[in-house]
Every structure is written in C-alpha cells, then in structure tokens.
Ligand binder design. Structure first.
Ligand code: ZN
Length: 316
C-alpha cells in the first residue's frame, strides 16, 4: 500500500517543516534561556554597572550621590546622566555659557564621587517624551550594559523630571527588544529600574523599597554638592544677587550654609524612612541612622528579590 494514502507527500512535507520549526523553536528557547543564564552568571562575577538619569545637572548628585560614591568605592561603575543641559537654571545667566558651566560643575562633582558624568545637549525646560529621546535613553542604558537604572518618578513637580521619568520607564522593557534601536545591541537581561524619592502624593506616594545608610560617604557627597555653585550657593533659577558676594568670608559662609542645608536634607530623609530602614539594618542601628538614601523599585524592569537586592546594593 502506498503510504502516501495515509500521509500524502505534501502533508509529510508540512509535518517535517512543522517538526523542524518546533525543534528550532525548542532550540531557540533553550538557546535564549542559556544566554540569559550566562548573562546572569557573567553579571554576577563582574563589577555592577549603574546608570542614573536626572533631568538637570544636579538631580542625580542630590538623589543618588551617596550610594553612587559607595558603589564606586567598591569598584563598581556608575554613570550620572543629566538629560537636559540646564541652560535656563540660573537667575542671571542662560544659554550655552550656563550649559558649559553646569557641565563643568557635574564633571567636577563626578571626580569627587568617583563616577562618570554625562550631560545631554537638550534644552532645560523643553524636554519631551519623544521617540528620538526614547531611543537616546535606550542606547545609553544598553551601551552602559546597565544592571541598575535610576530616574525620577513620572509624577514630579518639574516637567523635565516628569518626562525623564516617562522616558526611562518607556525604555524599561524596550532595552531588551532587538529590533527597537537595532543599531545598539539589546540587553539580554533586563536591568532593575529604580525611582528617586520625592514627596508628591498624587496619584501615589513614593515607596522606599531600598534604604541605604550613606554615612560612610556623607562628607564626600556634601563635597560634591558644594561644587554645584551655580545651583546652590548662587540659588539656581530662583536665586538672586543677594546670594553672591565678592567677599571670600561671605562666600565661605554661603558654602557652609549650603553644606548644612544638604546635611539636614539627608537627616530629614533618615527620619522619613526610618521604619523602612529597619528592614535593612538591625533595629538599634536603624534607630540611630542619620543619613539615608532611598529608592523605589519600578514595576516594569526586572523585579529583584531580597537576595538580589543585597547583591546589587552590597552595603548591608
Ligand atoms: Zn531637576
């Protein structure tokens, strides 16, 4: 009997193609999980790579300067990106010269913290969540081969903060998609995405999922922030001539005031997140911690468990 009575040649061919496809799909799935496992293993044996996105040349330094210095001190790689160039962030000056001044300020601060600084040449106050900007953020995350990505929450007071948050969120899955920005190799392992803290309550308040004691580097962080003279000693966009003096003693006093105001800011964060700190530090220690930085885990990137968080934040 001709077997093709049971199974015609065209159907054999179809089955063979289907089997080949199934085998290929199985092999591809196996290969992908092998690659992901290899990427995970490789990422655990190399220094961590962290990239932070702030809207302006000072946001990353304020929000994550402490933990950045702590990672850097352990040999991990940290990049602080300002998504705009800060060119309207002063009461007296604006444009290209201010952008250059602020770039020099964050580069000097980065040296103190032991990290890399980058300022994108986008106008301050004009950031929009465009496709072009989404591509830029995607490429930066991929090029840095980031394990951790940080940014603002998308409900923040400043439009540049909001759209930086949206852009980073929009990249949170797309960094793994090969045909999105195919000019830059995709990440085989989705990074953990984290939000900076803020005090806005609508539509939902910040949750301190990770709390880090930055006391070992607090003076270093304050040193770095005191180099951002245009923003703090001179008051940035809402400052004024009353903050500027040619008298060295008055300048020194102003720098001291700025330093103490940031010291108090960190102390206030410690008060605010003391309960959450007790999940990371022994109760007696948590009760006395003075200087904390806190972060919320974004729902869109990789969701780390407690063990992975302790590997990503090797400070506890
Ligand atoms: Zn800002």
């Amino acid at each position: 009997m001709n077997p093709t009575h049971f199974l015609s040649l065209p159907s054999v061919a179809r089955l063979t193609r289907a089997a080949a496809a199934a085998i290929a799909a199985g092999a591809l799935t196996g290969l992908l999980s092998l690659l992901a496992a290899e990427a995970a293993a490789a990422s655990e044996s190399r220094p961590l790579r962290v990239i932070c996105f702030g809207a302006h040349p000072d946001d990353c330094e304020i929000q994550a300067g402490g933990v950045a210095a702590m990672w850097a001190a352990q040999g991990h790689q940290v990049k602080l990106v300002s998504v705009t160039n800060g060119d309207i962030g002063h009461w007296r000056e604006a444009g290209g010269p201010l952008a250059l001044r602020r770039k020099a300020e964050v580069e000097a601060a980065a040296k103190v913290l032991g990290v890399t600084a980058q300022v994108l040449d986008l106008h301050d106050g004009e950031l929009l969540p465009t496709l072009e900007n989404r591509r830029t953020i995607t490429r930066l995350i991929r090029d840095w081969k980031a394990d951790i990505v940080m940014g603002h929450r998308p409900n923040d007071y400043h439009p540049d903060h909001r759209y930086t948050g949206v852009l980073v969120q929009d990249a949170a899955y797309m960094v793994t998609v090969p045909f999105w920005c195919p000019d830059t190799p995709p990440l085989t392992r989705n990074p953990v995405f984290l939000y900076f803290p803020d005090s806005f309550r609508k539509p939902n308040p910040f949750t301190a999922d990770i709390v880090v004691n930055i006391e070992p580097v607090i003076e270093r962080k304050l040193d770095a922030l005191s180099l951002l003279v245009s923003q703090f000693q001179e008051g940035g966009a809402n400052g004024g001539p009353h903050l500027v003096s040619n008298n060295p003693a008055q300048q020194a006093e102003r720098t001291r005031q700025v330093r103490e105001s940031f010291r108090n800011r960190q102390k206030n964060l410690a008060q605010r997140f003391r309960t959450e700190a007790a999940q990371w530090y022994p109760a007696e220690k948590a009760a006395t911690l003075q200087y904390l930085e806190a972060f919320e885990i974004c729902e869109y990137g990789r969701r780390p468990d407690q063990a992975e968080l302790k590997r990503l934040f090797p400070f506890f």
